[in-house]
Design a protein around this ligand. Sequence first.
Ligand SMILES: Nc1ncnc2c1ncn2[C@@H]1O[C@H](COP(=O)(O)OP(=O)(O)OP(=O)(O)O)[C@@H](O)[C@H]1O
Ligand SMILES: [Mg+2]
Length: 321
Amino acid sequence: MDCDRETPATRERSIWAFGGGKGGTGKTFIVANLAILLARQGSRVIAFDGDLGGANLHTALGMGRPTRSISDFTRGRVARLEEVLCPTAYDNLKVIPGAADDFGGANPNYALKSKLCKHLRQLDCDFLLIDLGAGTGYNVVDLFLEADVGAVVVTPEPSAVELAYRFTRAAVYRRLKLLAGLPRYEQIVDEAAAESVAGNVIRLVEGALERIAAFDRGAAERIEGELYQRPIKLFVNMIRDQRDQRLGAQMCDVLNKFYGPPCEGLGALPYDERVPLAERRGEPFVLAYGSSDTAAQFAVALQRMLAVSRDVAEGTQLRLI
Ligand SMILES: Nc1ncnc2c1ncn2[C@@H]1O[C@H](COP(=O)(O)OP(=O)(O)OP(=O)(O)O)[C@@H](O)[C@H]1O
Ligand SMILES: [Mg+2]
């Protein structure tokens, strides 16, 4: 699902996707609050609810049931994605609500996904933030790979950590297949994946590239070059103690050692009992508890985001994976 791309020098907007495999890790919460903070500091922001089967970004932004949604676009009721943009209560921030009741829309076909990502790239904004659903299926991973920067959101629960690794593996694998291009090379990638040890993605990639190089060394070098140019950003949420605090660095070590693309921390938020209180009142957390430590950590993540986006725009850092 490769869209026509602008070169980094001419690209105006920075597209960020937040995924991670496990449900309930805080992807929607993080996207909603970062979107509000970005908009408040003057960036023109669009938040896209890419959770095609479980949309709730509008709720996290304190909105009622939207009158427009991505279904209007995927069902062909409107021709352009701009037509489903909804205003929010916040200056500079618009939202593309996800489909709440559109079961077919949860599994768009390839052509529809290509059309969607083309329109996403053409949206007029400084930042497009994509809130992904849980899971490691192609519909989730493909949207993740369309972003300029992908953030993996994880909590300290073992199942969340496990699924964050699995999600990253799925993203590298899918990216490898997309870069492979020719059906013969895609089959080689599948064979290498079938033979590889689950946690060692680097070995999978090496195995596939060795075999592709036997046919075409230039193709293997091109794929390798593009595959590892992009970093992974890790966002650790719901930290409760000092052990949890070390999780981000530990996971980055593992990802760097076994997964390939350089990994670094983007954000780290404590578990905060006030989060559900703000949610029940329909108030975004960073506004309801703006002077809390948690809000301060959001501000730190925001600064990192801005720095990474600048690097991406200047071409110092290319896209994820
Ligand atoms: N740091 C935090 N402290 C306390 N509660 C939190 C924190 N982050 C998120 N939550 C709460 O956890 C719940 C799950 O968060 P959220 O819906 O953002 O997860 P998600 O990853 O988007 O889930 P899904 O994959 O199902 O879309 C929400 O009720 C949210 O308010
Ligand atoms: Mg969500």
